[in-house]
Design a protein around this ligand. Structure first.
Ligand SMILES: [Zn+2]
Ligand SMILES: [Zn+2]
Length: 263
């Protein structure tokens, strides 16, 4: 299957998964124009999409959903049942398109599992998507905690995307108001570079081949700092980028490298 994170961050989130039979999006953030141009670069249009997995109701994950639904009359919208109400309040005319889940489920040719994030939304989850051959990818962003349960979730995945939102020093010294700093640093906020890197260091042992660092803050992070923090912690456990694991930065605006995920 093809895995392509088109953009990731507080201005919008969009990932495409395509196994040649079913095309799924994870989240539908950003503007409708960005969405169209991101899909166009993959040779697709909005009507080619079969379904959207929604992580949570924050604007950066759903802002293009309403115009998407107007342009695509067939795609299903998958949301955890605890996130249904918040989503349907924010997106009009979506209710009859929504499929609620509270256990792992099939979305056309994929098997989908979810990971409950620790985030200040009605419900927020990461996704693990497996194609019929058993190959899996996972994306987890918008979570303030990373513990063993997250490593367990990534186990068996070929490619993962994990949040690496902020550099703690930049955030603490930056211009954000104190309550916002506290929110981001808290257990229901976002993962820092250090927290992401500590998870990353364990991924070569569970055979993850590719890791994307995602949901980088525009104000409190840089690609270079996120990357070097990850490399430093990887080297402490004797793992080499490019050999034991390939590391990528998920771009904040339409960038998105395609990765072909296969056994
Ligand atoms: Zn959020
Ligand atoms: Zn977000």
């Amino acid at each position: 299957m093809k895995f392509c994170n088109k953009y990731s961050g507080s201005r919008g989130n969009l990932t495409l998964i395509d196994d040649g039979k079913t095309r799924l999006l994870i989240d539908c953030g950003g503007g409708i124009r960005s969405l169209k141009s991101a899909l166009k670069k993959e040779g697709l249009s909005i009507t080619d999409i079969d379904g959207v997995l929604i992580t949570h109701e924050h604007n950066d994950h759903i802002s293009a959903l309403e115009p998407f639904l107007s342009a695509n009359k067939k795609a299903k919208i998958y949301v955890h049942q605890r996130g249904f109400k918040a989503l349907s309040l924010r997106v009009s005319n979506a209710e009859d398109r929504i499929v609620c889940f509270d256990t792992p489920f099939n979305a056309d040719s994929y098997f989908v599992e979810f990971y409950e994030c620790s985030h200040d939304a009605s419900f927020c989850c990461g996704y693990k998507v497996s194609e019929e051959s058993g190959v899996s990818i996972a994306t987890v962003t918008d979570t303030g905690k990373a513990d063993q349960s997250l490593i367990n979730f990534f186990n068996g995945c070929h490619t993962v995307l994990i949040e690496s939102n902020h550099d703690e020093v930049m955030l603490k010294q930056g211009n954000y108001p104190y309550p916002l700093k506290r929110r981001i640093l808290g257990e229901t906020g976002h993962l820092s570079n250090e927290q992401a890197a500590e998870v990353l260091a364990l991924l070569p042992d569970i055979n993850v081949k590719n890791a994307f660092l995602g949901h980088l803050s525009l104000e409190n992070n840089t690609e270079e700092i996120a990357f070097s923090t990850a490399i430093n912690i990887l080297s402490k456990v004797g793992a080499k980028e490019g050999k034991d694991i390939n590391l990528y930065i998920a771009k904040q605006f339409c960038g998105g490298e395609s990765i072909i995920v296969k056994k």
